[in-house]
Design a protein around this ligand. Structure first.
Ligand code: ATP
Ligand code: MG
Length: 392
């Protein structure tokens, strides 16, 4: 524990003293204040709590120093005031802080939190549990109406996120998984030219909890390198899948891949909850027509209610970014109360050829504005949400 506050220090010491198998050490002071001695302390402990000095301009840097000094399995928890902005909390999580707890409820929360971390770690052995920074990032792609181009976007975003290097662009820097959760009508298998599979259907019918062995068997590597979990080849009712199953798929993939792109169905089913809570970002694809924008608004409200911290980015499809926004663009932005982050241009020729050949847009034309837009999305994403730390 690193905190300048004598009171909180003794509170935590007392709560933890009753825990068996738990040894407590601390440094009284701010992270910056006790610098030099804070960092070695971090490297010697399994759970590190530190007080955020919210007046410190270098707050993020201090947090980063702590995360970098952690031993492989260590859990980093920051203590903050109640009014820490959501955006700050999210930045901290991105750096690798496992959780941010409000200072004044720490007494009640610290024990359950440490326990749940221990359980989680035991469940995940022998894989290393090292917090958010060493886990893959979950990216959900949703659509405001059918046929708006969201699956093509998801598939090609997955391909670009591999960040292929080398002269022939053969060597992927990142491991990327593509999960087709459009359970009934998913088309990613055809799009990526992989075998259809009924693995998901069997999982749904048997009610089994998928593990890494299941995923290894159910997923197929496409020619472009992306690991695809296809929607079932047989028809099954939408509510056949359970939340715990979707949760387990994502948990497992976060350990084996840098990015997990999830193509969502348009139906609002219960098992969307684990995706929405685990997603690091959601792209909502819509065209700029009144009915689509209206349903986009409804979906945004639903997603945000499920997970207020979820970062939603709007993608306008079938249109290149207008130089001057027309009235209907302005009306859409007003109704959505949010600007479009990306504009995906229409390109029937490239799309059709890619679909016919079962290859990514990149292989048909790497210079087409459509391909370039998706590549830019992947690039922005890899800056905002870096691949797993320490993996490569
Ligand atoms: N950028 C684009 N330019 C031109 N046509 C496109 C573009 N993106 C998608 N399309 C066309 O729209 C069709 C639907 O694309 P896609 O399957 O990606 O949409 P979707 O939103 O996932 O649809 P669904 O509701 O069926 O899941 C494709 O067959 C393709 O022909
Ligand atoms: Mg689709």
């Amino acid at each position: 524990m690193i905190s300048p506050d004598q009171e909180i220090y003794s509170t935590i010491e007392k709560s933890l003293a009753k825990e068996a198998g738990c040894r407590f050490t601390g440094k009284q002071g701010t992270v910056a204040g006790v610098n030099g001695s804070a960092i070695p302390l971090v490297g010697r402990n399994d759970v590190v709590l530190f007080d955020l000095d919210e007046s410190d301009d270098n707050l993020l840097q201090s947090a980063r120093d702590i995360c970098e000094a952690r031993r492989p399995n260590a859990i980093i928890i920051a203590l903050a005031s109640d009014n820490l902005p959501l955006e700050k909390a999210r930045q901290l999580r991105r750096i690798g802080v496992d959780d941010v707890l409000p200072r004044n409820s720490v007494q009640d929360e610290i024990i359950p939190q440490v326990q749940s971390i221990r359980e989680r770690r035991e469940a995940q052995l022998p894989a290393i549990w090292g917090g958010h920074a060493t886990q893959g990032k979950v990216i959900a792609v949703a659509q405001s109406r059918g046929g708006v181009g969201s699956s093509i976007l998801a598939a090609n975003l997955a391909n670009e996120l591999q960040d292929k290097q080398g002269f022939f662009k053969k060597k992927a820097k990142n491991d990327v998984a593509l999960v087709d959760l459009d359970f009934q009508f998913g088309s990613l298998a055809a799009m990526m030219d992989v075998e259809e599979s009924d693995a998901m259907w069997r999982m749904a019918m048997e009610g089994s909890i998928p593990d890494s062995a299941f995923l290894e068997q159910a997923m197929t590597k496409s020619k472009c390198g992306v690991d695809v979990l296809p929607a079932p080849s047989r028809y099954g009712p939408l509510n056949a899948i359970k939340e715990e199953q979707v949760s387990a798929i994502l948990d497992s993939l976060k350990r084996s891949h840098d990015y997990i792109v999830v193509d969502l169905p348009r139906a609002l089913v219960e098992w969307l909850t684990p995706v929405l809570t685990q997603a690091d970002r959601l792209y909502l694809v819509t065209d700029v027509s009144v009915p689509s924008v209206r349903s986009a608004r409804k979906l945004m409200d639903f997603y945000q209610a499920e997970n207020p911290a979820l970062e939603i980015q709007l993608v306008a499809s079938f249109e290149k970014k207008p130089l001057i926004q027309a009235a209907h663009h302005r009306a859409a932005t007003k109704l959505l109360d949010k600007e479009f982050s990306y504009w995906v241009p229409k390109d029937e020729r490239t799309t059709r050829e890619a679909l016919d050949r079962g290859v990514p847009l990149h292989d048909v034309s790497s210079r087409a504005p459509l391909t370039k837009t998706i590549r830019k999305m992947a690039l922005d994403m890899s800056h905002a949400l870096p691949p797993r730390a320490g993996h490569h």
